[in-house]
Ligand binder design. Structure first.
Ligand SMILES: O=C(O)CCC(=O)C(=O)O
Length: 253
């Protein structure tokens, strides 16, 4: 187990604030049985307000800067290939200490063991920031074709809301239980409606600092349109079944 502490100690000694911001490894009992069941049944689970502002603010500042630098680079070179138009996607280092709270929260390890079994590893940490007026996607499982409808499941995504997710700013949408159905939920819609809203969709609205655990490989889900005036910031940790390839393991300190 490893812990990183950040603190503020005033001279007068009257105020002492210290927070443990990141504790690696497993600590059982953070998810109650009902939450584990709903993750299994619905394919997703929202755990609200796990990180508070003192932890979020420095991560948000780094990500705001990353979004800004990306926009400057796009502006300087408008012809460059972009993964998704109007969306800043970026892979973050697996040993970057600034994002440790999102990689190392013990709830992730507990959820990963529950969904993937005891052998799992962190496969990546990515920013996705739809800009105002952008971000809508069609429903999809991340592994397509080849998504599964039963375990053993291959991955668990832990999407951290660095911005609050509101109905307006492009929250994640999911079709609950769709990881267990061998059919594209959009097939039930009239022709031409595949990219539109789905009657069974849930837009996951959450305060900043919440985490959405979901079976991204197999659950039908997508990004939605950002109608707000600011980029929506989310960091997603990919937790994958099995051991990390040797050259995937983060370098030691
Ligand atoms: O950012 C989101 O809300 C979801 C993104 C997503 O589903 C994807 O990029 O595959």
């Amino acid at each position: 187990m490893q812990a990183v502490a950040s603190g503020r100690l005033t001279d007068c000694g009257a105020v002492y604030q210290q927070r443990i911001i990141s504790i690696v490894s497993r600590r059982d009992g953070l998810l109650i049985a009902g939450q584990r069941e709903s993750l299994e049944r619905d394919g997703y689970l929202l755990v609200a307000s796990l990180l508070d502002e003192i932890v979020l603010a420095p991560m948000r500042a780094r990500l705001d800067e990353l979004v800004y630098q990306t926009l400057v680079a796009w502006d300087a070179n408008p012809g460059q290939d972009v993964e998704e138009s109007g969306v800043v996607n970026a892979k973050l280092g697996l040993s970057d200490p600034d994002f440790a709270p999102c990689r190392e929260h013990p709830l992730l390890a507990e959820a990963a063991v529950g969904v993937l079994g005891p052998d799992w590893h962190l496969g990546g940490l990515e920013l996705r920031a739809p800009l105002p007026g952008c971000g809508h996607q069609g429903l999809h499982p991340d592994y397509f074709p080849g998504h599964r409808t039963h375990g053993p499941w291959r991955s668990l995504s832990a999407m951290w809301c660095i911005s609050a997710f509101t109905p307006e700013n492009g929250p994640l949408r999911v079709i609950p239980g769709s990881h267990r159905v061998d059919r594209n939920p959009a097939d039930a819609l009239p022709l031409g409606c595949e990219m539109g809203p789905h009657p069974a969709e849930v837009k996951v609205v959450a305060p900043a600092g919440s985490v959405i655990l979901f079976n991204g490989a197999d659950l039908w889900h997508s990004g939605t349109f950002n109608y707000s005036p600011a980029p929506r910031l989310a960091l997603t940790a990919a937790l994958l079944r099995g051991h990390a390839p040797v050259d995937d393991v983060p370098a030691g300190p």
